[in-house]
Design a binder for this molecule. Structure first.
Ligand code: ADP
Ligand code: MG
Length: 266
């Protein structure tokens, strides 16, 4: 593992992505990508289907290796780690958690048990069920139960939750592990308007506590949570700025916002 002290850094970054390229069968899904994520930032990533958004998350989490370029994790002790040399579980262990698009929870267990399981992922399901959670665990679980608004559902089976509640449960399970970076891929997909709004509130509440990247298509949702927006197009950053910077950019409008489905956002 590559580790060296940074010479100089002008802002508190948690992640630097430089000149990254990734091809699949000759097709450049990610093309000379440069990206920087600040400590405690809530960043939204938009872009048309096939822009490379999910692949970008695959590259950060070690699921996919870049052909070229660097992905550097800046630890809070000032040391840098080369993510391209690490396996998926090693990246996760650093405190980089990822929420995939479809919810993945233990449907046959209660909401509370799901949180217990998430705190003990290395123990396995059986051991965890006989594990008595500590006072600190219980405190942590109460916190995420409140945050995800699942406190009054704690004894219900996760399988009985609505789609939105399952998504919050899984976000909560990741949060219980106190990640430094949280990557969330299209959380609002398939949600009702009310669920979407609650998801926005949940993520906004995490600002400053975790560094978060949210991929989303729903422009109403993006407008709600956006601080800095990155527009990805053909595997490259097309534009970065505030929601209105991005929404009013003629090139962005043309490649993305101009599409009929998103016209109201521009
Ligand atoms: P987005 O999430 O922005 O919709 P993706 O990152 O999923 O886009 O995909 C970007 C492009 O890379 C697409 O053309 C997709 O088909 C291709 N791609 C992604 N992952 C793979 C893979 N493992 N093998 C082959 N092609 C892939
Ligand atoms: Mg995707």
């Amino acid at each position: 593992m590559d580790s060296h002290a940074p010479l100089y850094r002008d802002t508190d970054l948690v992640l630097s992505v430089e000149s990254v390229t990734k091809s699949f069968d000759g097709f450049r899904a990610i093309n000379d990508l440069n990206f920087y994520l600040g400590e405690g930032e809530l960043r939204t990533i938009i872009g048309p289907n096939g822009a490379g958004k999910s692949t970008f998350m695959d590259l950060i989490t070690g699921r996919t290796r870049p052909d070229e370029g660097t992905l550097t994790y800046h630890q809070d002790d000032g040391h840098d780690l080369d993510l391209t040399k690490m396996r998926e579980y090693e990246v996760n262990r650093l405190g980089i958690a990822r929420k995939f698009q479809t919810p993945s929870v233990y449907t046959q267990h209660t909401v509370y048990e799901n949180f217990v399981l998430s705190l003990n992922r290395n123990r396995g399901v059986l051991k965890t069920l006989f594990y008595k959670e500590t006072a600190a665990d219980r405190e942590e679980i109460e916190e995420v139960l409140e945050l995800t608004r699942l406190a009054d559902r704690r004894h219900e089976l996760a399988g009985s939750l609505s789609h939105g509640q399952k998504q919050w449960l899984e976000i909560g399970m990741l949060l219980a592990q106190r990640p430094r970076i949280l990557l969330v891929d299209e959380p609002a997909a398939g949600m009702s308007d009310e669920e979407t709004e609650r998801t926005a509130e949940l993520l906004i509440g995490l600002r400053g506590k975790h560094s978060i990247m949210v991929i989303e298509h729903d422009m109403v949702f993006i407008r709600q949570i956006a601080k800095k927006v990155t527009v990805l197009h053909q595997g490259h950053v097309l534009k970065e700025g505030t929601f209105s910077d991005v929404a009013n950019d003629p090139v962005v409008k043309e490649v993305y916002l101009g599409r009929s489905k998103h016209e109201d956002a521009a």
